[in-house]
Design a protein around this ligand. Structure first.
Ligand code: PSU
Ligand code: MN
Length: 305
């Protein structure tokens, strides 16, 4: 086993017993939600996964180790630390070797999950091609990771802070299948529809598992996006989120926000501009993704590799 990995007792027991494990990212805790809702949500999501018959493994970088599964105290540290570093593929070796506190993005969590032998990962939204990427070159490393790293990522689509059409084009170019659950449409995080269809609608966990296992058995490395819309009743009004997104994007441009700061800036501004209402949507969709991800992990575990 990789010397950088440190498994929690719960995850060690799950591995020994061959039980299904679901990875969870930590940037959503450190940079995606305010305290204390971030820590409360992290715990709730872990419990939803347990109740559905799988074992949660929240991933973060601490004390020179890739921690696979965090204690309550570690979750609290991540949720309150002002200096947690957002870690994507580029940052991983730096934060590990310098023994800094790191919260993993979708890209970094996929890398760590693969190292740990975990096939399913649950998050809120993935990164993508930013609007104006033709001049900024701002394309999330999450997409390259999906191209190369064989982990299924359950999410609620991508936010309309991004160019959703270009994000789907990019995924197609790199051979990353985009599955939708319960509807043909690819969701847009706060809203159930983006105006684009996913590639394949597959509603059942068993059928999703069969598809994903077949892809990997064919030697087709790389991820699969399993997009699950926010539950009805928790979605935000489209006009409101469109208006607020435009404002947040304008402010990011005016303030010269670039690089890895762009996504956290936009997420925080949207939360402020919705008066915190976007947070309830965010929590509801992550919880629902946890259920879908746990069921998928259970089904994949039954389809031996
Ligand atoms: N999109 C969201 N919520 C998030 C993120 C993206 O709707 O919390 C986080 C995830 O950790 C994702 C990262 O992997 O932001 C992408 O950042 P960037 O765009 O800098 O690659
Ligand atoms: Mn970026």
């Amino acid at each position: 086993m990789h010397s950088f990995l440190l498994f929690s007792p719960e995850v060690v027991a799950a591995r020994n017993a061959g039980r299904p494990i679901v990875a969870l990212e930590s940037t959503i805790i450190s940079h995606g939600m305010p305290y204390p809702q971030n820590v409360e949500t992290a715990r709730k999501v872990e419990q939803i996964i347990r109740d559905a018959g799988a074992v949660p493994a929240t991933i973060a970088i601490m004390d020179g180790k890739i921690c696979i599964g965090l204690s309550d105290a570690q979750l609290e540290t991540l949720g309150t630390a002002p200096d947690a570093i957002k870690v994507s593929r580029r940052d991983l070796a730096y934060v590990l070797s310098q023994r800094l506190l790191g919260a993993t993005t979708v890209a970094a969590t996929m890398i760590c999950a693969q190292l740990a032998g975990i096939e399913v990962f649950v998050t809120g939204g993935i990164g993508g091609v930013h609007r104006g990427a033709e001049t900024s070159f701002d394309i999330s490393a999450d997409l390259q990771e999906l191209a190369h790293t064989s982990v299924a990522v359950v999410c609620a689509g991508v936010k309309s802070i991004l160019d959703i059409g270009l994000t789907l084009e990019y995924l197609e170019t790199h051979g990353v299948p985009v599955v939708s659950v319960g509807q043909p449409g690819f969701p847009a995080f706060f809203t159930r529809e983006s105006g684009f269809d996913a590639d394949f609608r597959i509603d059942g966990a068993e059928q999703q598992a069969s598809f994903i296992r077949t892809k990997w058995q064919l030697g087709l490395k790389g991820g699969v996006v399993v997009s699950n819309p926010v539950p009805q009743g928790f979605a935000m009004p489209k006009e409101e989120i469109d208006r607020i997104t435009e404002q947040a994007l304008r402010e990011a441009g005016e303030q010269g926000v670039t690089g890895k700061k762009v996504t956290p800036f936009l997420l925080a501004r949207i939360k402020e501009l919705t008066g915190g209402r976007s947070l309830a949507t965010n929590i509801a969709l992550v919880e629902h993704n946890a259920l879908v991800g746990a069921r998928l992990a259970v089904a994949l575990n039954a389809h031996a590799a």
